[in-house]
Design a binder for this molecule. Structure first.
Ligand code: SF4
Length: 408
């Protein structure tokens, strides 16, 4: 183990950040423990420190002053994978934490450090810089060409108000373009970004589309995108919607219309993979690529987070297998969380599936949720081996590991 002298990074109740090199902070990797040196890197550009209101940081030697301090976490930029979450104790009345990827942060030699490793280049997802009014002009021009298209009207809001990159790509005619399609879902994920239970205590960060888009609306946007961005991607199933497989007839028709117009580019589906027979229909219609999301390869952990209605993890894995057998480009969107993804039995379950079904890529995503809420739902690990070990063992299965789909 590499020795490291990490100091506590914390905030006051007003959000001002302080370093105390004399206090040794604890981190949470499923078990609360000191961070190891090989788990810490200087906070990369784009890191956002964030206070955890109503929560006290845990330190190695409890001192009275910790009582007055507020725990601090870091939110990582794209292209990094979190290795530890912050260790904290909730005070009475602590508010529910909004859906972010809370990462352990500390100070080393007066510099903010985070528990993370770089796992991808953020080229396609790095912040975009537009000249003043440039994006607005592109949006206006595109919407004028197809004024009755409700999907474009929705994408206008997503691009301009929410800053969604895949929505912006529709108007910039580059990379991966979003095609939202479904207002409904057959899961109730604890950390769904487009719809949460009324008693969740926090709002969903995005507003789910509230209408059923038609095949013709989708196909018009897709065809123009693939014509303007050769080699580009059009993707059903974005964060602002429910499950696209619930709209299979419309999707099958849209895919057929797109492929009747052009053979260029990639038609991709982001999905929970719940309905293999529906996926089969879309593959037959001409789907090229699929990205299936899951938080675990263990049925009970999957069910506790996804809370699926009418399907099981087995169906999700069946979808992955059939897409691979049909020759699609197949990625897994693995929602990672220290202390869950790196539990020994979880790693073994992942290895068993990935050695049998060779997917093209495992894309790791930080699961955005209050760590305490996630552990309460899925349980704490018996034998966490560390996120580095989990990632290395997934890679050793012969699959590429990264964070995004690259378009060039
Ligand atoms: S599968 Fe997607 S849309 Fe459905 S509840 Fe989960 S995160 Fe939300």
């Amino acid at each position: 183990m590499i020795a490291v002298r990490a100091g506590l990074a914390y905030s006051d109740a007003g959000g001002r950040i302080y370093f105390d090199e004399s206090s040794a902070p604890l981190a949470d990797g499923g078990a609360v423990r000191p961070p190891r040196g090989d788990e810490l890197i200087p906070a990369p550009p784009g890191t956002v420190p964030t206070m955890l209101p109503g929560r006290m940081p845990l330190v190695e030697t409890a001192e009275g002053k910790a009582e007055r301090r507020t725990a601090l976490a870091a939110l990582l930029p794209a292209g990094y994978t979190r290795l530890l979450v912050p260790a904290y104790r909730e005070r009475d009345g602590a508010p529910t934490l909004p859906l972010f990827g809370y990462t352990f942060a500390c100070s080393i030699e007066d510099t903010l450090h985070v528990a993370a490793i770089k796992t991808d280049e953020g080229e396609d997802w790095s912040p975009r810089y537009f000249g003043a009014g440039e994006l607005e002009r592109l949006v206006d021009e595109r919407c004028r060409r197809d004024p009755d298209n409700r999907v474009l009207a929705q994408l206008r809001v997503c691009a301009l108000d929410y800053g969604c990159f895949t929505a912006q790509n529709v108007f910039r005619e580059r990379g991966e373009a979003a095609l939202p399609v479904s207002p409904k879902c057959n899961a109730r994920c604890l950390g769904c970004i487009s719809e949460l239970d009324a008693d969740a205590g926090i709002p969903a960060p995005q507003t789910r589309i509230d209408f059923e888009t038609t095949a013709a609306e989708l196909a018009r946007i897709a065809c123009e995108h693939l014509a303007g961005a050769p080699g580009g991607i059009v993707s059903f199933g974005q964060g602002c919607e429910g499950e696209p497989l619930l709209r299979t007839p419309a999707l099958a028709s849209a895919i057929a219309q797109i492929r009747a117009a052009t053979t260029d580019g990639t038609i991709n589906l982001n999905t929970n993979g719940s309905l293999p027979r529906s996926l089969r229909r879309l593959i037959d219609a001409g789907l090229d690529a699929v990205r299936v999301s899951l938080n675990s390869f263990r049925p009970e952990v999957y069910a506790k987070y996804y809370r699926p209605a009418g399907y099981r993890l087995e169906d999700v894995l069946e979808s992955v297998r059939l897409a691979r057998d049909a020759g699609l480009r197949v990625s897994l969107n693995l929602l990672t969380h220290p202390g869950v993804t790196d539990e020994r039995v979880e790693i073994e379950a992942a290895e068993s599936f990935l050695r049998d079904v060779r997917v093209d890529m495992v894309q790791t995503r930080t699961l955005n949720i209050d760590p305490a809420r996630y552990f309460a739902a899925v349980g704490r690990p018996v034998e966490p081996l560390g996120m580095r070990v989990a990632l290395e063992r997934i890679r050793a299965c012969g699959t590429a590991l990264g964070n995004f789909t690259h378009t060039h």
